[in-house]
Each structure stands twice: as C-alpha cells, then as structure tokens.
Design a protein around this ligand. Structure first.
Ligand SMILES: Nc1nc2c(ncn2[C@@H]2O[C@H](COP(=O)(O)OP(=O)(O)O)[C@@H](O)[C@H]2O)c(=O)[nH]1
Ligand SMILES: [Mg+2]
Length: 692
C-alpha cells in the first residue's frame, strides 16, 4: 500500500461507549477490503487489532490501534480506540491524529454514557463526526428509536442517510436515501442492488425529504431549484453534503452490522465519498520555535515536512515505536529530521504501518498519512517532528490528570532497580499514567485514570520487564503539631568511668500558623549553653521532629526556643546536647496539646444535574465541605474540600454514584487538624505498625 496521494487518504477515529462494536467494525472492514485472509473476531480472541495479551484476556481494546484499509483506490486509516473510561488518553490521541470521528452506537441500547463522553471529547477538538448505528441484526435493535435518542442528546443536526431493510435477524440491507437505491448483502458482505422494498416507501420519502431540506438549506442555488420543484443535480447534492459534513453542519447517521457484514461495503463507499481528505483541511497552525511567530503548513506533499508524534509504544522486537501523523511534506527512510519540542535532531530509520502484530513497510509517506517510525531517540507523545530547515511546533496534546493512585512494591526485593526503570518506560507510553516517589511516606506511587488502568499497566510491567508488584492504598502523609505553648527541661548525664556525657537544655515550644514550618530561636544569655553546642541543640530538635512523638509522623508548624541550660567543662559534647534537645522536644511536645494534621484536597466535580444530591451526600460522608456549586451546560460543577485520606478511592466511588458520568480533579490545598476520633484510629494504626 505505497504511494497514496494526499487526496486519497481518510483518517478516521472510531469512538464509542465500550462494546458498541468499533473493533468488530474495523475487523470487518479489513476483511471485506481484501486486506486479510481471515476475519478477526473479538469474541474468539482472533481480533487482529486487540492483539495485546492484556486485550485478549479482557476481550476489550486498551490501546489505540491503526488499521489501513484499501478501498476504491483510496486508503482509510482507521484508528480503533478503547471505549472503557480508564483509557480516555487513547481516545484523545486518536481524535487528535484523525480528521473525523466515527461515533459507533449500538442498535439496541443506543446512546450510552460513553457515547456522551466521547462526543464531548470530539467537541473539544471541534472534530466533524458521523454516527454508525451498529448491531442492527440483534434482537430489539431499532434504528429509528436510536435516531430519536441521538437527537434528544446532541444538539447537532443529525440526519439519516440510510434506512435499514428488515429488522433484527432479518436485517439484510440498506436504502441509500440520497441515491434512492437499495442493497442487500450476502454472508460475505458482498452487496447486490435491489428494488426499494415497497413497505419502506413512506419512510424513504419522509427521510429523503428531511435530508434534502438539510442539504439545500446550505446552498442558495439548490434551494431555489428545490423550491421551484426542479430536478436536483445529484453531484451538486453530494458536493454540498460533503461540505456540510466536513464543516460539522450535518452529522450523518448510517447503519449496519459488523457481525453479519450487512451495510459495511456501502459504508466504506460512504467514507470515501463524504469524509474529508487531509488535503481539504485548513493548514495546520503552529509556531516558529525560536520567535513564537504563528505559522502554518498546508496539507500538501510539496510543503516542508511536519508532523505530530501522538503515541509511543515499546515493542518487544523493534524497541520504541513513534506513531506519527504527518501534516505536511513527506518522509523517507534515512531522512534527518528535527524534534522541535525537544530541540534535537532525529533520524528516520524505517517507516511502516503496524497492523496488529504485523507491519507494512513504506518507502515514503506523505502529508495526511499516519505511520510508525521505529527507534527515534528523544521523541515522546505530543512532540512535533519537522524538517530541520523549516522548524515548526504544534500545540501539545492535552491529557487529563490521573485521579487514582496506589502504592507499589516489587514482590521480590531484588527487583527494586528493575521497578524504577520499568515503571518509567511504561509511563512514557501513556501520558495519563504517572509514577512518583513520595519522599515523606517513602513509597513508590503510581497514578492512572482508574482501577482497571492501573491494573493493566502493572500487568504490562510484569509482561515486558518481568517485575511483579504488590499494590496497596497509598499512605497518607499525616503530620504532627501542637496547639499551645509548653516547656521542658532535660538533663542528659552519663558517668561510666572515663569521660562522661553532659548536656542540659530548657526548651520552649510554641504553635505557629499553618504552613509556617519550623523556627529555632537561640535565646541563651550568659553562656548557659556554650555557643559551639547550640547548632547541636537545633539538630537534635530537628531530628526528633522527623519522627513525631505522637505517631511517628513529621512535626511541623512549631517554634522551638532554647532559653536556658547547663554544661560541664569536660563532659559536655555535641552528642550530649543533641540527645538532651531531642528528649526535651518530645517531652514539651506531649505537654503542648499535640494534634495530628492531615492533607486536605480541593476537588472539582463535574456531574449531570440529576446526580448532584447523591454526590453531595457522599462528599459529606467523606468529611467534605461544599465550597460552591455552579451550572455548566447540562452539568453542575461542585467545588469541595475534603481530607485526602477519604478521597483515595474517589475515582471509583464517583463512577459508581454517577454511572460513569461524573468526572473530577483534585489538588492539594492545605494541612488541617484531624478530628479526635479519626486521630485516635490513625495513632493506633501507626503504633501497631511500629510494633510489627
Ligand atoms: N450481534 C452483533 N454483535 C456485535 C456486532 N458488532 C460487534 N458485536 C459484538 O459486540 C461485542 C463488542 O464488540 P467490540 O467490537 O469489541 O466493541 P468495541 O468495544 O466497541 O470495540 C462483541 O461481543 C462483538 O462480537 C454486530 O453488528 N452485531
Ligand atoms: Mg474495541
């Protein structure tokens, strides 16, 4: 499949609620186009696209995969995305790399939560879209009912271009409303033109009229002819409809069955006829990396090369692969290019298109293409690749922040090193997966979009790098502080033959405001503690603060004043004063009304109106405090503050309360006093851990 012209390429991202049949649709198109000898099936584990062991095991897509389909001398690059909420990052990259979104919905359940979510992502990028109503062979599938649902949920002008012939098990073909032609399909998906079934006449007339109305509305000349009852030129209608799709004025609705292959070849014809070619798109907008000046690149093979690295993958055989959308120019093997985001040169080794486990080598790729480039050295997701002579930098891809964290430990102690490098490798592939070391709790934390995401990533770590992990909830970084001043006197004295130890201090502790940290005051007059030992006193206090007297958490927000003490001309030493100061701190601390502090986060929750009561109730149960509410379209935005300890599993709770419709972000806000009852539990837990 070498040598396509820019105008013969179509880049399509399939997006939907999980299970609507995207992967099956792509498999069927691959098979019908003659690109594959076998017809891959998700249920039989023979899908060409879902080839990752993690995908096979769960029988769902986890990665965005590419399938180039050759049809009518054109090339359709299908980007199949995962539908499950946790893999939203994959949907975002696919939409960014494609030129149009193919929203797949089921003929039975119609619009689902995931449909609304992905529709929103396509909105963010202002992508044109087409709806494919799948599974019309199933019992209770109803095309017109689903059309009604779509119109209820979305504001776009949704217009059917087809009507199904036959229902459920008898679903056998489609009527093309614009061309007024009908087709049936055999078991292999081959089409045959037939008469429009008589029973459909009324529906065909009604929906054809709707379609024509929507088209002619956009073109004065056609409108005039239409109103005067003249015959409309079918080429003109096609042209105007095509423009309307590309400009997102009309969202066409088509139908079929990926399982029986009815309606699929006609759908591929439709893709070629109505989906935008990269050459028809506006020039890509970016910046000159040095000056920041806004510049553009026309979608033409004759421009200088530019493209976006939208995904990186580590392949066990070829090493790192960079999936790249080319916006302008062309690339060939051995070409020197420039990564303008990193400011470093790169060399193209080979170019190919990965199709499942297979790959197809290319000798050249032009503007509009989506390809994989192996062995790039510095390029990561979101980087712009361009010609060295004419650099440009495109906007980065925006990803949501991870919302769910766990602490990880390697099962076998020897794997500590492998864990660090393995984690950063898998994190590099997925910008919605982060890994950090929490120095305060001394834990390795991994964060992702949900439980399933984190579980898939740890499984991948095991498969690729051989490290098995134990997961546990992250420890909360509690701290200790005091609420009133207190003093302590401590004399450290040891006489055991030879030289003894002697240090004596009087220390006063005072609470400081939240976030103030620590202050040491030297208030010694007349040399009660000699100068040279004062740093040792401060050090002793700081050390004792590292593991607080209450439960071993760091002490914070206190002022410690050394105001008196005593020494021995021979036996005093730095060590003796350090010990005395540590003990004095612990004593004074326990007399100063000590309390635990806990991290508080501010959460911003987006939920559909109807879940507001439940979400607020749940936040209240989590010791949350509602800060405000504000409508945002059909959603409500709730702002609240709540203890981090209560919010650790919020990603899971919110999803179950809102059936997946709610989203949230959270941010560290401050430290606050833990209520007494809670504090007792924390202290008890800490003590029993220390005993272990
Ligand atoms: N009856 C029927 N089942 C289908 C059809 N398309 C897909 N399926 C089934 O629906 C399930 C989910 O399909 P899949 O392609 O994995 O959906 P995805 O999550 O959108 O990729 C699988 O069990 C498929 O066999 C269809 O047209 N008709
Ligand atoms: Mg899938």
């Amino acid at each position: 499949m070498n040598g396509y012209k820019v105008e013969d390429i179509r880049n399509v991202a399939l997006i939907s609620h999980s299970g609507a049949g995207k992967t099956s649709l792509v498999e069927t198109m691959l098979f019908l186009s003659g690109g594959r000898s076998r017809w891959g099936k998700v249920d039989e584990g023979t899908s060409i696209l879902d080839h990752d062991p993690e995908e096979k095991e769960r029988q769902v897509s986890i990665n965005t995969s590419i399938a180039p389909v050759n049809w009518n001398d054109c090339k359709i690059n299908l980007l199949d995305t995962p539908g499950y909420f946790d893999f939203v990052g994959e949907v975002k990259v696919a939409l960014r790399a494609a030129d149009i979104a193919l929203v797949t919905v089921e003929g039975v359940s119609g619009v689902e939560v995931g449909t609304e979510l992905v529709w929103g992502y396509a909105d963010e990028l202002d992508q044109p879209r087409v709806v494919f109503v799948n599974k019309l062979d199933r019992e209770n599938a109803d095309f017109l009912k689903v059309l009604g649902q779509l119109r209820e949920h979305f504001d776009e002008q949704l217009v059917p271009l087809q009507l199904p012939i036959g229902k459920e098990a008898d679903f056998s073909g489609v009527v093309n409303l614009l061309a007024e032609q009908a087709y049936t399909f055999d078991d292999e998906g081959n089409s045959e033109e037939i008469e429009i079934p008589a029973g459909l006449d009324d529906d065909v007339q009604q929906y054809r009229e709707e379609l024509l109305d929507a088209i002619v509305e956009r073109d004065d000349e056609l409108l005039l002819m239409y109103l005067e009852g003249e015959e409309l030129d079918s080429e003109a209608l096609k042209r105007v409809l095509r423009e309307a799709v590309v400009e997102r004025d009309i969202v066409p609705v088509l139908c079929g069955s990926a399982l029986t292959a009815a309606g699929i070849t006609t759908f591929m014809d439709f893709i070629i006829d109505y989906f935008p070619a990269p050459s028809e798109l506006p020039a890509a907008e970016g910046k000159e990396p040095e000056t920041g000046e806004e510049i553009t690149r026309a979608p033409s093979a004759d421009e200088s090369f530019s493209g976006l690295a939208f995904k990186t993958m580590t392949d066990p055989y070829v090493g790192r692969l960079t999936l790249t959308r080319i916006y302008s120019g062309r690339i060939t093997p051995q070409m020197q290019i420039f990564n303008s985001a990193k400011g470093e040169p790169e060399e193209i080794d080979r170019i190919f298109v990965p199709i499942g486990d297979d790959q197809e080598e290319l000798q050249e790729a032009v503007a509009g293409e989506i390809v994989a480039i192996p062995k790039l050295q510095v390029s990561t997701t979101g980087d712009t690749l361009c010609s060295t002579e004419a650099p440009i930098i495109y906007p980065d891809i925006e990803f949501p922040d991870p919302v769910y964290s766990v602490a990880v430990r390697p099962e076998s102690r020897g794997d500590e090193d492998k864990l660090g490098s393995g984690l950063s490798r898998v994190a590099e592939e997925d910008p919605t997966f982060h890994t950090t070391r929490n120095r305060e709790t001394n834990e390795q934390i991994v964060s992702g979009m949900g439980e399933m995401h984190v579980s898939v990533m740890t499984q991948r770590l095991k498969r690729k790098f051989g490290v098995s992990l134990n997961l546990s909830p992250p420890r909360i970084a509690y701290r200790e502080t005091i609420r009133r001043p207190a003093e302590a006197h401590y004399r450290h004295k040891k006489q055991s033959g030879g030289r003894g130890q002697f240090g004596e201090v009087d220390v006063r502790l005072e609470p400081m405001e939240r976030g103030a940290g620590f202050e040491f005051v030297d208030d010694i007059f007349g040399g009660a503690v000699p100068r040279q030992f004062i740093p040792a006193v401060e050090k002793g206090i700081r050390e004792a603060m590292g593991e607080g007297p209450m439960a071993g958490y760091p002490v914070t927000d206190i002022r410690a004043t050394l105001f008196d003490g005593g020494y021995h001309p021979v036996d005093s030493s730095e060590m003796a004063f350090k010990i005395a100061a540590s003990r004095a701190l612990s004593q004074a601390f326990m007399d100063a009304a000590p309390v635990l502090l806990e991290p508080i986060v501010e959460v911003t929750v987006h939920v559909p109106e109807q879940f507001m009561g439940d979400v607020i109730g749940d936040l209240n149960r989590k010791r949350g405090q509602i800060l405000g509410m504000e409508p945002h379209g059909k959603f409500q935005v709730i702002k609240a503050r709540a203890p981090a300890a209560e919010m650790a599993r919020y990603a899971i709770d919110l999803r179950s309360i809102t059936q997946g419709r709610g989203t949230f972000t959270s941010e560290f806000l401050s430290y606050e006093i833990v209520p007494e009852q809670e504090a007792e539990k924390v202290v008890e837990r800490a003590q029993s851990e220390q005993e272990e």
